[in-house]
Design a protein around this ligand. Structure first.
Ligand SMILES: Nc1nc2c(ncn2[C@@H]2O[C@H](COP(=O)(O)OP(=O)(O)OP(=O)(O)O)[C@@H](O)[C@H]2O)c(=O)[nH]1
Ligand SMILES: [Mg+2]
Length: 458
């Protein structure tokens, strides 16, 4: 149940040692609760403090009279606040204990501990932001690179919302036009009107499809692109990971079968957040642990957005290399010819010619910049622009695809001369699909799913 009656409180900064820690209150009792626990050294009163102004003083436990922390308290009056409710932000000394104690006294005075994302959910329920903007706030918090954060910021500022709202308006107009005929079944749509309606539906559908198609690449900026380093044992996969990370992350030895588990790390290549995975060398083995490692390597190939198929260029191509290349098959891949510092013995002519290749040395770092360039190019084949409106969220993608299907169904219904009710029903379905993105149409289940992944205090 969405409950706006309660006044909620939470620690909004990360728990740990820091210069300051912030505890927030939001809701109808926010100012009253603050009044009961705040004591100003200069006898200033919260009631007489203008909105968005700070007071210096102490948080005091009203039951014992004991001072809990020295604070700066900001009075934020509705409606110009994050949640659109009365809010109070208390800047305490950083550190785990003081923020906890301040929170405790607020709870004792009648505030309720906020659920994850509840402040942002209130901002949505109270109409300050729509659902896609609420989701963008989380994306900004989670953004691993500047480009990711720019894309999320664009969404927060309403780029996607405006686009969806404008498309919804167009659909609403068409739906109303058709619905006007429902009560007059004897009247038929004129051929010219019918043609125009179909054209307008097609135009909305095309825009939605374009939007949906940005997802494949734009999602990398939100989730990180998965790149798997695979190859037979000892070709230098872990050395490549270390070289990319510029640190000794994975164990490297001259013994084949060193890596047993998938090692996952974050990398930022030209602003693209990448989840890079070093995997166990792929070969037939009777060792139980190694066999499990190989199974995980194969799984990593399946889940990857890009596979780096590593070969040892200083040795002739082996059966295990062929097996690996075959397994990688049609996946998006780059063939990495490692150990270029040694004499080349690999038969380049035996390699599949349609695959892109790059020569590197994980030992000297040679060719690494070229490889990084290729990784970005292979992942961003359509080169999405930072400023354009893109879809980074699977929930939005599903909603758009549902709307596209419904519009197609409505076009078909028109062509089949189906009753106006059916045509209008399909268009309304498309509207609902798009409404889910901005939250015009929503269920508590959707809201819970979205906000439960937020942190407490946001
Ligand atoms: N000369 C040379 N040796 C390399 C290069 N890259 C890796 N090696 C050596 O090759 C051996 C194997 O390297 P690893 O990085 O452990 O290979 P791996 O593919 O992770 O091996 P597994 O984990 O067993 O599958 C080590 O002795 C490395 O020092 C390279 O570019 N040049
Ligand atoms: Mg290894």
């Amino acid at each position: 149940m969405i409950n706006l009656e309660d006044t909620i409180a939470a620690i909004s900064t990360a728990l740990g040692e820091g210069a300051i820690g912030i505890v927030r209150l939001s809701g109808p009792q926010a100012l009253d609760i603050a009044k009961r626990v705040f004591s100003s050294t200069k006898k200033k009163v919260i009631d007489e403090t203008p909105t968005h102004c700070m007071l210096y003083g102490f948080i005091v436990d009203p039951e014992t009279g004991g001072a809990i922390d020295e604070v700066l308290l900001t009075v934020l009056r509705a409606p110009n606040t994050y949640t659109r409710e009365d809010m109070v932000e208390i800047n305490c000394h950083g550190g785990v204990l003081s923020v906890r104690k301040v929170l405790e006294v607020l709870l004792k005075q009648g505030a309720r501990l906020a659920e994850p994302g509840e402040f942002t959910m209130r901002a949505f329920v109270n109409g300050r932001i729509d659902l896609s903007q609420a989701e963008a706030t989380l994306d900004i918090i989670r953004a691993k690179t500047e480009r990711s954060s720019r894309i999320a910021m664009n969404q927060l500022r309403g780029g996607l919302s405006e686009k969806i709202t404008s498309l919804r308006e167009q659909l609403t107009e068409i739906a109303m036009h058709i619905e006007a005929y429902i009560d007059f079944p004897e009247e038929e749509l004129e051929l010219s009107t019918e043609k125009e309606i179909i054209e307008r539906l097609q135009s909305v559908r095309t825009e939605l499809k374009e939007l949906s198609s940005t997802y494949e690449e734009a999602r990398f900026f939100r989730e990180g692109a998965q790149v798997a380093i695979v190859g037979r044992p000892n070709v230098g996969k872990s050395s490549l990971l270390n070289c990319l990370m510029k640190q000794d992350r994975a164990i490297v030895t001259e013994i084949p079968g060193t890596t047993r588990d998938v090692i996952e790390e974050y990398l930022n290549i030209a602003g693209l957040p990448i989840r890079i995975m070093d995997t166990a060398g792929i070969r037939e083995t009777h060792d139980l642990a190694e066999a499990e490692g190989v199974r995980r390597s194969l799984k990593a190939i399946d889940g990857a957005d890009l596979v780096l198929s590593v070969l040892d260029a200083s040795q002739p191509l082996k059966e295990e290399d062929r097996m690996m290349l075959e397994r990688v098959g049609q996946k998006n891949t780059i063939v990495v010819l490692n150990k270029s510092d040694l004499e080349t013995k690999i038969e380049l002519s035996l390699l599949p010619q349609d695959l892109e290749q790059v020569r590197i040395s994980a030992l000297t770092g040679d060719g690494l910049d070229k490889l990084k360039d290729m990784i970005v190019k292979k992942l961003l084949r359509h080169g999405i622009a930072d400023e354009g409106i893109v879809i980074t969220n699977l929930r939005h993608r599903h909603a758009i695809d549902r709307a596209v299907a419904a519009i197609e169904a409505s076009e078909e219904a028109i062509n089949n001369r189906s009753p106006y009710e059916i045509i209008a029903f399909e268009i309304r379905d498309a509207l609902d699909g798009l409404g889910e993105i901005v939250g015009a149409v929503t269920t508590e289940d959707i809201l819970n799913r979205i906000f439960s992944s937020f942190c407490i205090g946001k």
